[in-house]
Structure formats: structure tokens, C-alpha cells
Design a protein around this ligand. Structure first.
Ligand code: NAD
Length: 473
């Protein structure tokens, strides 16, 4: 299967997707090794994962080069890869205490002679199916805590960005105890679909359309699914906000990584009192943004990673303009050196009938609408099938939090945007079509990979059948 290079548009890489039979064999191999892995102490598993963190750091140069080729962007690839050892170390440190706390022994019950002890039983094999926008982070975000829990893991990264797999696999094979329980495979949608039938728990990150298929297949296979899907995050800018700072935050949160982030700000609602200053500053700041072209080491935003995403972004812009929206900046996908680029695009006079307001754009596009009172802003922000996250900018934290409490989303950034990309400690749910299942953030990120088994201990006399004799009642 040929893989396109996002900077040149040329197919310069190839993968060999695993077929269903190979997936089944791999799952069987992992399940065999997991029975030993899960009996090791959490401290031992932590030790092995810490070796892996060191190995990734030692091979960081190769991994980063592959990620850059996958995504066509420099700085974010470096940040992405460099963050992984830290994630591993965080889980290695936290997991032993969390597991100990979860395995409560000798708990009293409402029956004085009965006590209980809880045992945590990891799901044997966890399947991870990941997207192309942060290829390495999203391949590993669920895999690391699952391994710490004592599961074996099969990861299938996106076929759009598979170059980082080989240098990452090199770091796994260097540690035989890890490679026994961790497999990172090349594959496409068929490989992903085959995985769902072979694993005991599936973690999927990707689009709503595919997430629905994975959820249905997981239900048919009777396994739990964590679905982390798309978003259409709103930002509300209240009249008390500083319009220039709010514009800077709106811009960064909408266009960083060329807008290819689930937690991107995809709609902005600004109070009419400060709208003129906000628009003027947003346009000025947007026009100062430079493409990472032709020099990848300069500028702020790179090409679309997935060529078809550029067409989706363009069609939403065209649809909005045809329906009466006003273009204030950007607006046309440019083909440069074979890559597809879009300068920050600001669209005003938007309505909820436009696809750019209702559907995920995943490009550096900022639709902005002016509101007249806060209830109207909240109503428009909540008018969405999605409920991933949101942002409120105000003159005070208190005022922003009052609005935040009315938003139907799983996370709200207060006086900033997209903070879920920076802070992973707090648990959060995805509302609406943005996802299903336990939080991948916070302690639940690992605890969801355990089933709970309780040992119920009778220390007195077991009841006799006479206790249920009809004549005694
Ligand atoms: P996608 O749904 O097209 O593909 C995701 C993965 O699913 C790929 O690995 C693909 O090979 C695989 N796949 C395709 N068909 C499958 C099937 N029938 N069964 C099993 N697997 C299958 O998504 P994408 O375009 O790669 O990613 C972009 C989407 O991901 C956006 O909607 C974005 O918002 C979302 N996303 C969500 C989060 C989050 O945390 N909520 C994070 C990042 C990205």
C-alpha cells in the first residue's frame, strides 16, 4: 500500500497491511505472553516500561525524522516524540499505588460475618486503532496505561502516517519482555476491523463515522470500546475579555498543527461590545502567520497531512461563502511543491446552516459569529452534535466559569484554549458524538483496563436452607 508524502504529494513509502489471519495470529501470540506479564508486580512492569522510555529517548532522532516525513511538520513532531518518555514515566510512577489502592482487602460489609477483597483483573489483549493527526501520541496514549495495567497491546496506527512505526518498533524489540506483549502493526481499515474481533478491549481514536463502525463491531464481539472521536469546539469571548489577547488565543487554538487536532477551536462566538476590535486583531495576527514552506524550519503551520482533508476544508469554506458568509482572511487551499496548504482563514457572518459551523473542519479555519447576550452565545455553542471541549474567555475566572458550567462538553478551558492537549491529569468524558466510554485522562486512563473481581469471605456459619423455610415468614 503506497503512502503519500504531505510535503511533496508523492507516494514515497509503502506498507504491507496485516490481513485478518495475521491479526488473529498476532493476537494469539500476545494473549499467550500476557498471562505471564499480568502476574508480574506493577513495579516490575514499571521497570520494563522505564527501560523503554530510555530506549525511545536514545532513538529519538530516527523517530522524529520519520514523524516529520509522516506529517510534513517539524516543531510539533519534535514536541510529540519528546513527550512520550515523560508519559511512560508518569504512568510507571503512578500505577503501583493506584493498583494497590484498587485492590482493597478485608473490607467490612453490612453482614458482620462477611468481608470482601477486591482483585483487579486486566483485560488480556487491548487493541488500539489510531488516527493520523498526532500519529505517535495517539498510538501510545492508551497503550502505555494498558501495559502498566498488565494487558498485552496491539496497536494499529493510521495508514496515512505509518513511517514512525519502524523506528518505534526498534525500541520495542530491543526489550524482549516488552515485545512479547506489545505489537505495533502496519495496516489499513481492514486491519483495524479485523482487530476488533480478536481483542478483549478496543481503544479507538478517529472519526465519528469509523467510530460508529468500531462501536457496533465491539458490541457484536461483546467487548468494551473506548471511542475518542471528533469535535467542533466552540470558544465564547465575553464582553469583559481583552479583545487582542482573546484573538491571539483563538488564533493559536484554531490553527496550531494546521487545525488538525480534535480539540481545535472550530467556532468562535464574540460579544458585540468588543467584536470590532476582536475582528481587527484576529485578521492582523492571522495575516502575520507564515507557512512552513518552502523551508520547514521556518514559519508556523505546515501542509495538510491527509490530502483529502484539504478538499473537505475548502468545500466547507466555499459552502459558507455561497450561503452569504464574509471572508476576512485566507480562504484558498494552495498547492506548493506538491503539498496542500491553507493560510489562516477567518469567516464572519456565519449561520448554523453552513457546514463550516456544524461539521468538523480539521483545518486552520475560524468561523466567527457576534452574539448579543450570553444566553444566545451558550445556545449557539451548545447547538452541536459534538461535545468534546470548549473555551470561555472573560475578564475574570469567575465570570468565565459561570458560562462554562452551562456548556454541554467534557472539558472547558478557562481564559485559554485547547488546554486538554496540555493537561492530562483530570478525568473527562466526551459528550454527544465526541465519544463513548471511560475517560482516557486521569486515573481512569489505566483503571478502565481492569475488570473487578471480588472475593466474598464468610467467617461465620453459612446459612442453611431452613433460613428460607416458608413457615418462618
Ligand atoms: P479515521 O476514522 O478515518 O481513521 C482512524 C483509524 O481507524 C485509522 O487507523 C484507520 O485505519 C482505522 N479504520 C478505518 N476503518 C476502520 C474500520 N472499519 N474498523 C476499524 N478501524 C478502521 O480517522 P482519521 O481521519 O485518521 O482521524 C481524524 C479524526 O480523529 C478526526 O475526526 C479527529 O477529531 C479524531 N480525533 C479524535 C481525538 C480524540 O481524542 N477525541 C484525537 C485525535 C483525533
Amino acid at each position: 500500500m503506497k503512502v503519500r508524502n504531505p510535503r511533496t504529494g508523492k507516494a514515497d513509502y509503502e506498507i504491507t497491511p496485516l490481513d485478518a489471519e495475521q491479526v488473529a495470529l498476532e493476537a494469539k501470540r500476545l494473549a499467550g505472553a500476557q498471562s505471564d506479564w499480568c502476574t508480574q508486580t506493577p513495579e516490575h512492569r514499571a521497570k520494563i516500561l522505564l527501560q523503554w522510555a530510555d530506549g525511545i529517548e536514545a532513538n529519538l532522532g530516527n523517530i522524529v525524522q520519520a514523524l516529520i516525513a509522516d506529517t510534513g511538520r517539524g516543531a510539533i513532531s519534535k514536541i510529540e516524540a519528546a513527550g512520550v518518555p515523560g508519559q511512560i514515566r508518569r504512568w510507571a510512577k503512578a500505577a503501583p499505588a493506584l493498583i494497590k489502592a484498587g485492590e482493597a482487602s478485608d473490607q467490612s460489609t453490612s453482614v458482620p460475618t462477611i468481608t470482601t477483597s477486591t482483585r483487579l483483573v486486566p483485560y488480556p489483549v487491548v487493541g488500539v486503532i489510531s488516527p493520523w493527526n498526532f500519529p505517535m501520541t495517539l498510538a501510545l496514549i492508551d497503550a502505555i496505561p494498558a501495559l502498566m495495567a498488565g494487558c498485552a497491546v496491539m496497536i494499529k496506527p493510521s495508514e496515512i502516517t505509518p513511517r514512525f512505526i519502524k523506528p518505534l518498533v526498534d525500541t520495542v524489540t530491543a526489550i524482549p519482555e516488552l515485545s512479547a506483549v506489545l505489537s505495533i502493526v502496519e495496516g489499513d481499515g481492514n486491519t483495524g476491523a479485523a482487530m476488533v474481533g480478536q481483542v478483549d478491549y478496543v481503544c479507538f481514536t478517529g472519526s465519528v463515522a469509523t467510530g460508529r463502525k468500531v462501536g457496533e463491531a465491539a458490541a457484536a464481539a461483546f467487548i468494551p470500546a473506548s471511542l475518542e472521536l471528533g469535535g467542533k469546539d466552540p470558544m465564547i469571548v465575553l464582553a469583559s475579555a481583552d479583545p487582542v489577547r482573546a484573538a491571539s488565543t483563538a488564533l493559536r487554538s484554531s490553527i496550531v498543527n494546521t487545525g488538525q487536532a480534535c480539540q481545535s477551536i472550530e467556532r468562535v462566538y464574540v460579544a458585540e461590545q468588543i467584536a470590532a476590535e476582536f475582528f481587527a486583531s484576529l485578521v492582523e495576527q492571522a495575516e502575520a502567520v507564515e507557512l512552513n514552506y518552502p523551508d520547514i524550519d521556518r514559519g508556523h503551520i505546515g501542509p495538510f497531512i491527509f490530502g483529502k482533508q484539504a478538499e473537505i476544508a475548502q468545500s466547507q469554506i466555499d459552502d459558507a461563502l455561497a450561503k452569504g458568509a464574509e471572508l476576512l482572511a485566507g480562504g484558498k487551499v494552495e498547492e506548493l511543491g506538491g503539498g496542500k496548504y491553507l493560510r489562516p482563514t477567518i469567516i464572519a457572518n456565519i449561520t448554523s446552516e453552513m457546514a463550516v459551523v456544524s461539521d468538523e473542519n480539521f483545518g486552520p479555519v475560524i468561523p466567527v459569529r457576534v452574539f448579543h447576550d450570553i444566553d444566545e452565545a451558550v445556545m449557539m455553542a451548545n447547538h452541536s452534535d459534538f461535545g468534546l471541549s470548549a473555551s470561555v474567555i472573560a475578564g475574570s475566572t469567575k465570570e468565565a466559569e459561570m458560562v462554562a458550567s452551562q456548556l454541554n462538553v467534557g472539558a472547558v478551558s478557562i481564559n485559554d484554549g485547547s488546554l486538554t492537549s496540555m493537561v492530562w491529569e483530570a478525568e473527562k468524558s466526551s459528550f454527544g458524538y465526541s465519544g463513548l466510554g471511560a475517560s482516557r485522562m486521569g486515573d481512569s486512563g489505566m483503571m478502565r483496563f481492569f475488570r473487578k473481581k471480588v472475593l466474598i469471605r464468610q467467617t461465620g456459619d453459612a446459612a442453611k436452607i431452613e433460613a428460607f423455610a416458608e413457615e418462618n415468614f
